[in-house]
Write a protein that binds this ligand. Structure first.
Ligand code: ADP
Ligand code: MG
Length: 242
């Protein structure tokens, strides 16, 4: 477990994520496939972590547990001091809506909404008034270099542009924590690099914590910490078993 260090008596950085003996298995016929085996880890607020691991090693499973979409079989998860695993499904959904932002491999923009409307959606779900959400969506589109595309529908945009919209949507409500699952997995290398640059810039501006799953070491390099998912364990790149 990582321990935050206090400097000169100042308060330690608050914990954004704590994983406490988190386990998750899936039943495959007769046998149990252990995907995560009593994992312990901590991330301080504002930090960035890449989850690096081969396909099927449990990256998405861990992200789905951290977001509360899935529940662990055992153990507990705390986000910014809230014990997510103690909340019921409705409370977890509300928590997610207010505090989390997501970026997926396949963008997941709603095809029947314009680009600006896609970005306004998480704001309006959080009760932000229409005038304010419209203004904010235009600011965000400007920040990701797509101010001219506000009224376009997602299918009119290239993959890289769609992912920039998805990043703007993920950060619209200034979430404390951003979870990205293979965000460049569906983009060519050059476009992927541009999109990662936009993501990094937005994270710095918002001071959000991020966990990013990828199988690419190059993509993982944008994060300050790197964890590997392997045989049910989480291994810090420095070689420390978490
Ligand atoms: N809902 C599920 N039911 C059964 N097995 C699952 C389910 N979700 C994931 N798995 C299995 O758990 C393992 C880890 O999957 P996943 O977390 O998606 O890996 P990654 O994201 O690293 O590619 C895989 O072997 C996968 O088949
Ligand atoms: Mg995955």
């Amino acid at each position: 477990m990582r321990v935050a260090v206090a400097h000169n008596g100042s308060a330690p950085a608050p914990s954004a994520i704590r994983l406490l003996n988190v386990s998750k298995s899936y039943r495959e016929g007769e046998r149990l496939h252990v995907v995560l085996d009593a994992i312990n880890a901590e991330v301080v607020a504002g930090d960035t972590v890449a989850l690096l691991g081969s396909s099927g090693s449990g990256k998405s499973t861990l992200l789905n547990l951290i977001s509360g979409i899935d529940q662990p079989d055992a153990g507990a998860i705390e986000l910014a001091g809230t014990r997510l695993t103690a909340l019921d499904e409705r409370a977890r959904t509300l928590y997610r809506r207010r505090n989390l932002g997501f970026v997926y491999q396949f963008f997941n923009l709603l095809p029947t909404l314009t680009v600006a409307e896609n970005i306004r959606l998480p704001l309006e779900l959080n009760g932000v008034a229409a005038v304010a959400s419209e203004r904010r969506s235009l600011e965000l589109l400007d920040a990701v270099g797509l101010a001219a595309r506000a009224t376009s529908f997602p299918e009119r945009l290239s993959g890289g542009e769609q992912q920039r919209v998805a990043i703007a949507r993920a950060l619209a409500h200034a979430p404390a924590l951003v979870l990205a699952d293979e965000p460049t997995g569906n983009l060519d290398e050059e476009t992927g690099e541009q999109v990662l640059g936009v993501l990094q810039k937005m994270l710095v501006e918002h001071g959000s914590t991020m966990v990013l799953a990828t199988h690419s070491r190059k993509v993982a390099a944008i994060a300050r910490r790197v964890w590997r998912t392997q045989n049910g364990h989480l291994i810090e790149e420095s070689g420390i078993s978490l």
